[in-house]
Design a binder for this molecule. Structure first.
Ligand code: SME
Length: 165
Protein backbone atom coordinates (compact mmCIF):
# COMPACT_ATOMS: atom_id res chain seq x y z
CA UNK A 1 0.00 0.00 0.00
CA UNK A 2 1.37 3.43 -0.90
CA UNK A 3 1.61 6.34 1.52
CA UNK A 4 -1.20 8.00 -0.45
CA UNK A 5 -3.61 5.31 0.69
CA UNK A 6 -2.80 5.14 4.38
CA UNK A 7 -5.65 7.49 5.32
CA UNK A 8 -8.17 4.96 4.03
CA UNK A 9 -10.86 4.43 6.69
CA UNK A 10 -10.76 0.64 6.44
CA UNK A 11 -7.76 -0.95 8.14
CA UNK A 12 -5.96 -3.96 6.75
CA UNK A 13 -5.80 -5.42 3.25
CA UNK A 14 -8.07 -4.12 0.50
CA UNK A 15 -9.96 -5.96 -2.20
CA UNK A 16 -8.74 -5.47 -5.76
CA UNK A 17 -12.04 -4.91 -7.52
CA UNK A 18 -10.41 -4.48 -10.93
CA UNK A 19 -8.87 -7.93 -10.63
CA UNK A 20 -12.09 -9.38 -9.21
CA UNK A 21 -14.12 -8.03 -12.12
CA UNK A 22 -11.66 -9.27 -14.73
CA UNK A 23 -11.68 -12.73 -13.17
CA UNK A 24 -15.48 -12.84 -12.88
CA UNK A 25 -16.03 -11.75 -16.50
CA UNK A 26 -13.46 -14.24 -17.72
CA UNK A 27 -14.86 -17.20 -15.76
CA UNK A 28 -18.46 -16.32 -16.63
CA UNK A 29 -17.97 -15.58 -20.32
CA UNK A 30 -20.94 -16.96 -22.26
CA UNK A 31 -22.82 -17.99 -19.09
CA UNK A 32 -26.30 -16.56 -18.58
CA UNK A 33 -27.67 -19.07 -16.06
CA UNK A 34 -28.42 -16.95 -12.97
CA UNK A 35 -27.68 -19.77 -10.51
CA UNK A 36 -24.32 -20.47 -12.09
CA UNK A 37 -23.55 -16.74 -12.15
CA UNK A 38 -24.59 -16.11 -8.53
CA UNK A 39 -22.74 -19.19 -7.24
CA UNK A 40 -19.56 -18.18 -9.02
CA UNK A 41 -19.78 -14.56 -7.87
CA UNK A 42 -20.47 -15.55 -4.26
CA UNK A 43 -17.35 -17.71 -4.33
CA UNK A 44 -15.16 -15.06 -5.97
CA UNK A 45 -16.38 -12.18 -3.80
CA UNK A 46 -16.07 -14.18 -0.59
CA UNK A 47 -12.47 -14.97 -1.45
CA UNK A 48 -11.57 -11.49 -2.70
CA UNK A 49 -12.97 -9.14 -0.04
CA UNK A 50 -10.94 -9.30 3.20
CA UNK A 51 -12.91 -9.69 6.41
CA UNK A 52 -16.03 -11.04 4.72
CA UNK A 53 -17.89 -13.63 6.84
CA UNK A 54 -20.86 -14.03 4.47
CA UNK A 55 -21.17 -13.22 0.78
CA UNK A 56 -24.34 -14.14 -1.01
CA UNK A 57 -27.46 -13.34 -2.93
CA UNK A 58 -31.07 -12.81 -2.01
CA UNK A 59 -33.45 -13.05 -4.96
CA UNK A 60 -36.75 -11.27 -5.55
CA UNK A 61 -39.15 -14.24 -5.77
CA UNK A 62 -42.49 -12.46 -5.26
CA UNK A 63 -43.59 -8.84 -4.90
CA UNK A 64 -41.59 -7.36 -2.01
CA UNK A 65 -40.08 -10.69 -0.95
CA UNK A 66 -36.42 -11.80 -1.00
CA UNK A 67 -35.37 -15.45 -0.73
CA UNK A 68 -31.88 -16.79 -0.16
CA UNK A 69 -29.78 -17.58 -3.22
CA UNK A 70 -26.25 -18.92 -3.62
CA UNK A 71 -23.89 -17.88 -0.83
CA UNK A 72 -20.70 -18.62 1.05
CA UNK A 73 -20.47 -18.46 4.82
CA UNK A 74 -22.73 -19.32 7.75
CA UNK A 75 -26.41 -20.10 7.40
CA UNK A 76 -28.41 -17.18 6.03
CA UNK A 77 -32.06 -16.34 6.79
CA UNK A 78 -34.30 -18.02 4.24
CA UNK A 79 -36.66 -15.15 3.44
CA UNK A 80 -36.55 -11.39 3.99
CA UNK A 81 -39.54 -9.13 3.23
CA UNK A 82 -38.68 -5.80 1.58
CA UNK A 83 -39.70 -3.95 4.76
CA UNK A 84 -37.12 -5.70 6.93
CA UNK A 85 -33.39 -5.53 7.44
CA UNK A 86 -30.54 -4.11 5.43
CA UNK A 87 -31.26 -6.40 2.50
CA UNK A 88 -34.90 -5.34 2.45
CA UNK A 89 -33.87 -1.68 2.47
CA UNK A 90 -31.52 -2.19 -0.50
CA UNK A 91 -34.27 -3.92 -2.48
CA UNK A 92 -37.00 -1.46 -1.46
CA UNK A 93 -34.96 1.69 -2.06
CA UNK A 94 -33.13 0.19 -5.06
CA UNK A 95 -29.84 1.51 -3.74
CA UNK A 96 -26.83 0.19 -1.90
CA UNK A 97 -26.71 0.15 1.89
CA UNK A 98 -23.37 0.60 3.65
CA UNK A 99 -23.74 -0.23 7.34
CA UNK A 100 -20.61 0.23 9.48
CA UNK A 101 -22.45 -0.83 12.66
CA UNK A 102 -25.36 -3.22 12.21
CA UNK A 103 -26.56 -2.60 15.78
CA UNK A 104 -27.26 1.02 14.83
CA UNK A 105 -29.40 0.00 11.83
CA UNK A 106 -33.11 -0.16 12.76
CA UNK A 107 -34.51 -3.54 11.83
CA UNK A 108 -31.22 -5.23 11.10
CA UNK A 109 -31.73 -8.99 10.87
CA UNK A 110 -29.09 -10.91 12.81
CA UNK A 111 -28.86 -14.16 10.84
CA UNK A 112 -25.35 -14.43 12.27
CA UNK A 113 -25.01 -13.10 15.82
CA UNK A 114 -21.35 -12.33 15.14
CA UNK A 115 -22.05 -9.92 12.27
CA UNK A 116 -20.98 -6.31 12.96
CA UNK A 117 -20.98 -4.54 9.58
CA UNK A 118 -22.34 -5.11 6.11
CA UNK A 119 -22.76 -3.79 2.61
CA UNK A 120 -25.74 -4.70 0.42
CA UNK A 121 -25.93 -3.84 -3.27
CA UNK A 122 -28.97 -4.23 -5.54
CA UNK A 123 -28.66 -6.76 -8.36
CA UNK A 124 -30.18 -5.53 -11.63
CA UNK A 125 -30.94 -7.24 -14.90
CA UNK A 126 -30.02 -5.82 -18.30
CA UNK A 127 -33.06 -3.53 -18.25
CA UNK A 128 -32.25 -2.17 -14.81
CA UNK A 129 -34.95 -4.06 -12.89
CA UNK A 130 -33.90 -5.12 -9.40
CA UNK A 131 -33.86 -8.94 -9.35
CA UNK A 132 -32.14 -9.36 -5.99
CA UNK A 133 -29.39 -8.09 -3.72
CA UNK A 134 -25.80 -9.06 -2.98
CA UNK A 135 -25.09 -9.07 0.77
CA UNK A 136 -21.62 -9.02 2.34
CA UNK A 137 -21.31 -9.32 6.12
CA UNK A 138 -18.30 -9.05 8.41
CA UNK A 139 -17.56 -9.79 12.06
CA UNK A 140 -15.44 -6.62 12.12
CA UNK A 141 -17.05 -3.20 12.63
CA UNK A 142 -16.69 -0.85 9.61
CA UNK A 143 -15.20 -3.58 7.46
CA UNK A 144 -16.64 -2.08 4.27
CA UNK A 145 -16.54 1.41 2.83
CA UNK A 146 -17.46 3.31 -0.32
CA UNK A 147 -14.66 1.65 -2.29
CA UNK A 148 -16.28 -1.72 -1.58
CA UNK A 149 -19.75 -0.45 -2.41
CA UNK A 150 -18.54 1.06 -5.65
CA UNK A 151 -16.47 -1.98 -6.63
CA UNK A 152 -19.43 -4.30 -6.04
CA UNK A 153 -21.82 -1.98 -7.90
CA UNK A 154 -19.47 -1.94 -10.89
CA UNK A 155 -19.08 -5.71 -10.79
CA UNK A 156 -22.83 -6.28 -10.76
CA UNK A 157 -23.40 -3.71 -13.52
CA UNK A 158 -20.90 -5.57 -15.70
CA UNK A 159 -22.67 -8.87 -15.00
CA UNK A 160 -26.25 -7.54 -15.43
CA UNK A 161 -26.78 -9.03 -18.91
CA UNK A 162 -26.40 -12.51 -17.41
CA UNK A 163 -29.52 -11.85 -15.30
CA UNK A 164 -31.73 -11.39 -18.37
CA UNK A 165 -34.09 -8.49 -18.92
N1 SME B 1 -28.25 -8.91 7.99
C1 SME B 1 -29.11 -8.97 6.84
C2 SME B 1 -29.76 -10.32 6.72
C3 SME B 1 -29.02 -11.26 5.87
S1 SME B 1 -27.84 -12.09 6.67
O1 SME B 1 -27.05 -11.37 7.55
C4 SME B 1 -27.09 -13.24 5.80
C5 SME B 1 -30.17 -7.89 6.89
O2 SME B 1 -30.37 -7.23 7.91
O3 SME B 1 -30.83 -7.73 5.88
Amino acid sequence: MSAMQTSHPVAGPRADYGQLQREALSVLEGIDDPIAVMSTLACLVYGAVPGTSFAGFYRVVAPRLLRIGPYQGPLGCLEIPFDRGVCGAAAREERSQLVPDVHAFPGHIACDAGARSEVVVPVRDARGAVVGVLDLDSHAPSNFDDADREGLERLLAAIAPAFGG
